[in-house]
Design a binder for this molecule. Structure first.
Ligand SMILES: NC(=O)c1ccc[n+]([C@@H]2O[C@H](COP(=O)([O-])OP(=O)(O)OC[C@H]3O[C@@H](n4cnc5c(N)ncnc54)[C@H](OP(=O)(O)O)[C@@H]3O)[C@@H](O)[C@H]2O)c1
Length: 295
């Protein structure tokens, strides 16, 4: 199958490389062309616009941030949706809110294109090793058609329900990711202020019942103060907390804890840490300057 892949950032570049390494024909587009160079060296071909991707592809995959970038790629002046032949499939891997996924599903339906939302969990390393989990919303028949391709990029494919339900699950997971990261960081800052040595504090917090597995992966960054070459940027976790808050409003629920975490991440973005790994929220809360911590 000839696959169009739009969005070659941290995640998309690695996912598209795995499709190519599995022998698939891949045509790629990214706002910043330089990020496609590695894929082109693997044998992918370049399309000058999202519409040009659609003219060549049997299925289009998008892995973009934020939702407006997805909207622009699909529906903008040179968007792919009008150029994609009826009956073709669009799979959006981007983390977006469920109402946005449903809106895109409706836009796709109007042009006869089939749509799945399939956001992923697993960060940069998991993407490189094809160990992502896909949380899929949409029709079973469409998922079955595309599953072998998802299995080139990941090792778990979970069908969550109809369109928007993959994005729904992803919203809940990243709401937790952001609030837990912020709460852990505050705990660490408090412990250090009370005079506890950082090593013993980290041992206690990470080995205790409240030490979530992903926090253990952030220990090295916190100990070295190196938040460069983000696995997942702080800017996009702020985006996800915002989208979770929008989803809560849409659903009539209140999330005071999540909104406090969201604004904390927002302050860190304003403070210049948007491109850092999201674990830099610790350095922000600890009041470390950017010279003490790299980013
Ligand atoms: N990194 C992770 O651990 C992780 C894990 C699961 C899910 N996600 C989600 O996956 C998606 C991609 O994340 P990432 O980590 O790969 O981020 P990234 O490296 O920052 O890549 C973002 C992508 O979106 C494009 N983009 C951003 N703004 C745009 C705009 N205004 N117009 C057109 N294109 C635009 C970027 O193009 P340029 O290259 O031109 O900037 C790039 O292709 C996000 O929705 C994120 O929440 C990330």
């Amino acid at each position: 199958m000839k696959i169009g892949f739009i969005g070659l950032g941290i995640m998309g570049s690695r996912m598209a490389a795995n499709l190519r390494n599995a022998g698939h024909t891949v045509v790629v587009h990214n706002r910043t062309r330089e990020k496609a160079e590695h894929l082109l060296s693997l044998g992918a071909t370049w399309a000058a616009s999202p519409a040009d991707v659609a003219l060549e592809a049997e299925a289009v995959f998008t892995m973009l941030a934020p939702p407006e970038a997805v909207r622009q790629a699909a529906l903008g002046g040179d968007g792919f949706l009008r150029a994609l032949a009826p009956g073709r499939l669009w799979v959006d891997f981007s983390t977006v809110d469920p109402s946005f996924s449903r809106e895109m599903a409706e836009k796709a339906r109007e042009t006869g294109v089939r749509f799945l939302d399939a956001p992923v969990t697993g960060s940069k390393g998991y993407a490189a090793e094809a160990k992502l989990t896909f949380w899929v919303g949409g029709a079973t028949v469409d998922l079955e058609a595309i599953k072998p391709l998802l299995e080139c990029m990941g090792n778990r494919v979970i069908h969550c329900g109809g369109q928007g339900m993959g994005s729904s699950l992803k919203m809940v997971m990243n709401q937790m990711l952001g609030t837990v990261m912020a709460a852990f960081s505050e705990g660490l800052v408090l412990g250090e202020a009370l005079g506890l040595p950082r090593k013993e504090l980290l041992d206690a917090l990470l080995d205790g019942a409240a030490g979530a597995p992903f926090l253990k992966l952030k220990r090295g960054r916190i100990e070295t103060g190196n938040y460069e070459a983000a696995d997942f940027s702080l800017r996009w976790l702020h985006k996800d907390l915002h989208l979770a808050a929008v989803s809560a409003y849409d659903s009539g629920v209140a999330m005071p804890v999540t909104n406090a975490a969201k604004e904390t991440f927002g302050l860190a973005v304003r403070g210049g840490r948007g491109d850092a790994d999201f674990s830099a929220i610790y350095a922000f809360l600890a009041g470390h300057s950017s010279t003490e911590s790299r980013l």
